[in-house]
Design a protein. Sequence first.
Length: 138
Amino acid sequence: MQADRQQAVERWLHYARLDLAAAELWPDVAQLPLTVVCFHAQQAAEKYIKALLVACDSDPPHTHDLVALVELLPSDLQSSLLECDLEALSFWAVEARYPTSFPEPTDEDASRVIPLARAVRDRVLAILAAIDDEPEDR
């Protein structure tokens, strides 16, 4: 991978790690609003996927739709990410930030989104490791 592209990937990964760390503060930080937990879990997944898009030499679009982002990846990289419940995470990109007609997130919601964000992280990191092991043809 070219050095400038690798640097951009690392920046996306850094911000993804920060978002996941913020979400993972719950439940240890009792006063952390569940909207914050759900939003940061979604943001972590989004940034991990966008890091992968950058690694594949694609400019990530301005969207929070995780399925749409994954569908921009080369087809051979999509399947493991599409196995995650990306819709459940995408929901929190907006719903956790603005007062809407949807109810507030629950402990169950927070308990669900953090493992989903971790699954996206793990799959993206595995794909990135495989890409780094391949010849520079992608």
